[in-house]
Structures are given as C-alpha cells and as structure tokens.
Design a protein around this ligand. Structure first.
Ligand code: F6R
Length: 616
C-alpha cells in the first residue's frame, strides 16, 4: 500500500525521489519521508500528510546526496505520526530503510534487539527490520567491500516472517542501494549512469523505460553503473529486462481537474484498447492470445470460478451473469479474501479467474495461490503488466487501459466488464451460440465506445443532478440482473469518494429491509431497462415514491415512465445486453464524481484508502 522510491546516479537524489513520491501518492498517503547519506549521518526529512508537506520541510534539510530513498506511508503498525513515517534509521545510525508490508514476528525481533542494546524511536515493525539489518551489518564487518550490505540484508531476511518490499542504504557505501521483496511489489529501473527502484512503474518512467520486475525472494544491489540480482537463499541470478510500453504522459492529468475525471472520460479509448485485435476474422467470436489453453481444453471446462476484491468483484458478478446467460455454463464468484480461508468444496473441472487491476491485491494473490495449491488451473485478468498476479498465473488477459491513478477505479472497471462480456461470447460460441448471434454480439461490443461517448456528453446534465443531491447523507442504488452489480458499484463509488452512506441492492430486495431507510432524505438511483424487468422495477419505484423517496432514474431510451415517478432522469442508449452494464456504469461514475467535488472531497485520494491493497 505504501510507495517506495530509491535512486542512485549522478543527479541530486532528493528532487527525483520527491517527484517519484508524488506519482506514487495514490498508493498510500498518510505520511512521507526521504533520506540521503550525508557523511557521518543520514539526512532525513519526514512528515505526516501529503508529499507536498514533505516538500516544504525537505527544502529546509540539506538533502544533497546523489543516492537516496523515499516513501509514502499507509499506516499498518503505529499511528500516523512523524516518528512512524519512513525512512527509519537504525539506532547506531548506520542503516536507513524503507518498507512496504507487515513484519509478523516483529515483537520477538524487537525483544531480541532490545536485549542487544538497540533502541527504538517509533511504534513501527519497520524499525525492528532496520535495526536487525544494522545488527547483521555490524557482525558482517569482516566482509570486504561490495557485498557487506547485501549479505546483512540477506541474513536479516532469513529471520523475518511476513511481507516486505524494502530498500536499504548504508553510510559506508553512500551510492549503493540494496532492495528485496516478498509479497510487496518492487521494480528496478535501469537507466544510463543511474539506477532506480520503486514499488510502481509510474515512479520510474520519467527516467527510464527499461525495468526488471523483482520476484518474491529476490534481492538486488544497485549502484549508478551496475545492478545485480540474487535470491535470499542462493547466489546471483540473471535479470530479465522488460520495456514499459507507456510513457510519462499517460500518467499525467493533462487538462482535467482530477485523475478520476480524466479516467472516466478516457473510457471510450480504454475500451477500444481492451478489444483491439481480439475478434476473429469472421467477426463472430472473441480471441484471447494469452490463455495458454487450447479451444479443446477450454471446451472441457464444466465450471468457472471468479475471485476478486472491491470493484473487480463487481465486474466478476456481471461476468457471471453474462457467461451463464450466453454460454450456459455455471459460474461462481467469491470475494478473494473469503475464498482463501473458506476451504470451499470445488468441482474438479473448474477453471479459476482472478480479476485485479493492479495484479498486486494481496487477498486476490493469496486466493490464487490457494487454488493453485489445490491443483487448479488459474488464469487472471489484470491491467498492470508484469504484476505479481500476472506472473503467477498459468495465463490470462491484459486489460491494456494504461495506468489508472485515481484511487477509485473507473476505466479499469468498464474494461473488466468488456473482458467479461468477451469471455461470455468466447465460451458461448464454443457451445450453442450461433454464428449470427455471435456476429451481432461482436458488432455490439465494437459499438460500445461510441455509446459510452454519448453518455459522457450528458456530463453537464449529470453535474446539475449532482448539485441537487450533494447535501444528502444516504442513497440507495437499485438494479436488476446484470445491473445489480452496477448498483453495487454505484454505491461503492459514492461511498469511497464522497463519504456518503450508500447501498446497492437488487431492486426487488429493497422491500425486504432497506425500504425502512426510504424518506424524503434518502434518494434512490434506479436502473430501468426494457423487457420483463421493466414493470417490476417500476413497481419498486412506486414503493419508494409512496414513501416520499426521491428518485434518479437511469433509463434506457424509448421507455415511458409513469408521470412524476422520476424526479431526475438520465437516458442511456438502448443496447445489447452484453454492453448495457458498461453503458449504465458511466452515469453513476459521473454522479459520484460530481457529488464528491461539490462536497469538497479529495477525489483522487479519498481518506483511509490506497490504490492497491497489498496487506491483508
Ligand atoms: C474501488 C477500488 C477497489 C479495488 C480493489 C481491488 O474503486 O478501486 O475496490 O477494486 O481494491 O483492486 P485490484 O483490482 O487492483 O485487485
């Protein structure tokens, strides 16, 4: 959840680290800090609050070195204080360290270190890790030159239980960084006369596009002109250098007020990128290059199981609906955090999919490992190339929507919906879906970006509706079938960025309890579509109206609602069932965004949240 940056090279380290931290702030943002070696001590600046606060105090410190480390924190052990912010310096003053993750045996490590005379300034588990490196570093005094810090870190990690991405500095080797990972992402940036390390590619791409994705159990040693990789238990290993396909402008806000706004409006392009090159030549089915499963093998699957968290879990629910509807294969969806402990009985011929934008969500990763341990084939849907989940699966589908920086997921969600729809088509065409139905389905998916564009054009209208509802404290989101998960997503978006209380339900479930909330102070957002659900949803709306509840209706075009039933109306295009969830998502994203802006909320960095949840 925290952001990590390290730099060694010819430039002044601190300004580059601060720039990198700003790009990582979306990963965690309760405090930030930077450290550079300065002769016989480390120069450390750290401060609670945003990176902007750190920048102000960093200017007062003399952060002049050409090598350094920086961190943005999302608190786990210990409150949000300056003392608990990273970097931490060992009590003998020799080692500085930043850490993302949780050290599970920190109590016993701390006890050991206290007995050895080390002292502690913070309540963090990280400081125990830092002092333990210093303890081993002192013991490794006989190790000559280059490998002393590396060997100390290696020895330390053999005694550590838990998860970590760490970067370590020593005073004796002021241009050397040693880093290691287990469970928390770390990426090396290989530059020209400079090398970097970060927890996220976005902090590196302004300096280099050549990267090395560290794997669990690996350590790296970086100097300005060299880098080497080894494992915790063994010696050196060879590094594979990858090239990042996006540039720094993809991670910039441009003319938009927030990343979330940019990412909402980017969705037509994101959808085009997700489906590019993924339809058969005859235009009747989808193609997925990376599944590593032949059509014959795929055809044999009896059941699909989808695991994910948060917004990605909502995308799985829509996918369940579409696969069951169009391919007639049973699908189960589970929260990854529940699946990993539930020990559910599983049909032997089940294929697993793990959906995760970041590919780093620890619960999703743990669920994947659990399914793999049980001998199942596991596939993933990820946006971040080279992420841990992407690397640990047997195959998968990349979303190709570019970096998603806003903490509230938007373009990654609609792209996941699109991939779910394409999977339903792919599986359906292997079974009973006809050529002409497949061709109509493909044509509908290809038209989705333009339909999204037409809904985005209604932004000024939705903004006005948001003005009316910004002062309310509760809201219900109600939809049926494939739009029930969109109701959940609408409620989640509103909750997380505007701090309004919101809940999503299948519209008919409202009368089994949530109806007690309805009053003139609790408005409801209804998704209204044609077909057999239309009269049912209208009845639910009448029940709300009878209790003086205000209604925002998101309604497909061509439907006539009874007079006065909707207090506000947002008309969306009538479209293919596979595209409808994507199109219906746009109004609730815009509604939440404008309500949050009206309420003065920090849209891109909502309180208590972090973009990828890498702790349990
Ligand atoms: C909400 C949101 C989260 C994520 C969840 C899973 O807007 O972004 O609910 O969807 O933390 O993240 P990924 O998809 O990275 O596994």
């Amino acid at each position: 959840m925290c952001g990590i940056v390290g730099y060694t090279g010819k430039q002044k380290a601190a300004p580059l680290i601060l720039e990198g931290l700003k790009r990582l702030e979306y990963r965690g943002y309760d405090s930030a800090g930077v450290a550079v070696p300065a002769g016989d001590h480390f120069n450390v600046a750290k401060k609670t609050g945003r990176v902007a606060n750190l920048e102000t105090i960093a200017a007062r410190h003399k952060l002049l070195g050409h090598c350094g480390i920086g961190h943005t924190r999302w608190a786990t052990h210990g409150g949000v204080t300056d003392a608990n912010a990273h970097p931490h310096v060992s009590s003998d003053g020799k080692i500085a360290l930043i850490h993302n993750g949780v050290i599970e045996n920190f109590t016993s490590v701390k006890k050991f270190l206290l007995e050895k005379g080390f002292t502690f300034q913070s309540e963090t588990d990280t400081e125990a890790l830092c002092n333990l490196v210093a303890y081993h570093y002192a013991k490794e005094a006989m190790v000559e030159g280059d490998s002393r810090l590396l060997e100390s870190v290696r020895k330390t990690l053999r005694h550590i239980e838990g998860t970590y991405g760490i970067v370590v500095l020593s005073l004796d080797m002021p241009d050397e960084l040693v880093c290691a990972r287990k469970g928390s992402p770390l990426i090396l940036g290989i530059g020209d006369g400079e090398n970097l390390v970060a927890s996220d590619v976005s902090a590196l791409v302004s300096r280099t596009q050549n990267v090395v994705y560290l794997k669990d159990g690996e350590l790296a040693r970086l100097t300005p002109d060299s880098f080497s990789l080894s494992t915790i238990n063994e010696g050196e290993i060879e590094a594979v250098i990858d090239t990042v396909t996006w540039s720094i402008t993809d991670a910039e806000m441009g003319a938009y007020a927030h990343f979330m706004e940019k990412e909402i409006f980017e969705q037509p392009l994101a959808l085009e990128n997700t489906m590019r090159g993924r339809f058969s030549e005859d235009g009747s089915t989808a193609l997925f290059g990376g599944l590593n499963l032949s059509a014959a093998e795929f055809r044999q699957i009896d059941r699909f199981m989808f695991c994910a968290c948060g917004t990605a879990w909502h995308a799985c629910l829509v996918t369940e609906h579409l696969i069951e509807r169009f391919a007639r294969v049973p699908v189960e969806v589970d929260y990854a955090s529940e699946f990993r402990y539930r020990n559910a009985p599983l049909h032997p011929n089940t294929l697993f999919f793990f959906m995760s934008q970041s590919g780093e969500t620890i619960d999703t990763l743990a669920a994947l490992r659990e399914a793999k341990r049980k001998g199942f084939r596991v596939l993933a849907v990820n946006n971040v190339v080279g992420s841990t989940i992407a690397r640990e699966t047997d195959g998968g589908i990349y979303q190709h929507v570019g970096p998603e920086i806003g903490v509230a997921s938007t373009k990654a969600f609609t792209s996941q919906l699109l991939i779910g729809a394409m999977m339903a088509l792919y599986i359906g065409r292997m079974r009973d879906m006809s050529f002409s139905d497949g061709a109509a389905y493909v044509a509908a998916l290809k038209g989705a970006p333009d339909l999204v564009r037409t809904v985005l054009q209604q932004a000024p209208h939705i903004r006005k509706i948001a003005e009316r509802f910004s002062t309310y404290t509760d809201m219900l989101f109600l939809g049926r079938l494939s739009l029930f998960p969109i109701a959940l997503e609408g409620a989640l978006k509103l909750k997380e960025i505007s701090y309004l209380h919101a809940e999503g339900y299948p519209a008919a479930e409202m009368k089994h309890g949530p109806i007690a909330l309805i009053s003139e102070r609790c408005p409801s957002v209804f998704f209204v579509t044609k077909g057999e659900m239309f009269p049912k949803v209208v009845s639910s709306m009448q029940e709300v109206k009878a209790r003086k509840g205000l209604i925002i209706a998101i309604c497909t075009e061509g439907l006539e609602l009874p007079d006065g039933l909707a207090d506000e109306l947002i008309v969306i295009p009538d479209c293919h069932e596979a595209v409808l969830p994507i199109v219906a998502t746009i109004p609730v994203q815009l509604l939440s965004y404008y309500i949050a802006v009206n309420r003065g909320c920090d849209v891109d960095k909502p309180r208590n949240l972090a973009k990828s949840v890498t702790v349990e």
